[in-house]
Design a protein around this ligand. Structure first.
Ligand code: IPE
Ligand code: IPE
Ligand code: MG
Length: 224
């Protein structure tokens, strides 16, 4: 059975779910939060140590201002409501991506990270304003500026995911088969599961099915 330490998820399909069920994309984003909570619980149950969730990409700034604002308001109220609870459950929250939001949201994010910094049960990496290409370019610039040798070990030091194992598998919900600039380096050898269901419809059972399937796969890493 394959060991399982790190799950990465592209939580896609909120907009379509919202339009179909409530005639509003934003309603889908709200509904998607319930799935986030379910998946966090199930991740803990499965004793997985790292969960990386793609919540907002560097490309998502192209969306209408109103939708972007709604998403950040949603995140703000989620953190205000839940951070105590996450902390009590010994969950560490880490943001990956550049925090260039409103001063208010930036400081809430920093506060949440600091508060949960010591927690060891599960680390949630929330990818916000994250883009893999930007991450890699920044890492290479660091190597150049510090005159360090270009190799995997040194590069890893400057990635947002430094100190994390690579994801064992990636799930993308929403019936779309692409990576959308997510963890391009880190996913080099991850198993990938494209899931037809939209994120708000995705549930514990679907998640556990994927975990089970992952555990049974023969991972070669180039070997035979
Ligand atoms: C993913 O759902 C959430 C974010 C990108 C914030 P989408 O909003 O992309 O949903 P669809 O793909 O339009 O249905
Ligand atoms: C990827 O979803 C980003 C997140 C889930 C946060 P998108 O819906 O933005 O991806 P594209 O634009 O369809 O590739
Ligand atoms: Mg989408």
């Amino acid at each position: 059975m394959n060991p399982l330490n790190h799950v990465a998820i592209i939580m896609d399909g909120n907009g379509r779910w919202g339009l179909k069920n409530k005639n509003s994309r934003n309603a889908g984003h709200r509904e998607g939060l319930n799935t986030v909570e379910k998946i966090i619980k199930e991740t803990i149950k499965n004793k997985i140590k790292f969960l990386t969730l793609y919540a907002f990409s560097t490309e998502n700034w192209k969306r209408p201002k109103k939708e972007i604002q709604f998403l950040f308001n949603l995140l703000e109220s989620f953190l205000k409501d839940k951070i105590e609870d996450l902390n009590k459950q010994k969950i560490r929250l880490k943001i990956i991506g550049k925090k260039n939001f409103s001063t208010k949201l930036n400081s809430l994010l920093i506060k949440s990270e600091k508060k949960t910094f010591r927690n060891k049960r599960l680390q949630i990496n929330l990818a916000l304003n994250y883009g893999s290409k930007t991450e890699l370019i920044n890492a290479f610039k660091e190597l150049r500026d510090n005159k360090e040798k270009i190799n995997e070990k040194n590069l890893n030091k400057y990635l947002e995911t430094r100190n994390l194992p690579d994801p064992d598998f990636l799930i993308r919900t929403g019936n779309t088969n692409r990576l959308s600039n997510f963890l391009l380096w880190q996913l080099a050898y991850s198993e990938i599961f494209f899931e037809k269901k939209l994120w708000p419809d995705f549930n514990e059972k679907d998640y556990n099915k994927i975990i089970k399937k992952y555990k049974s796969i023969k991972r070669n890493f180039g070997n035979i």
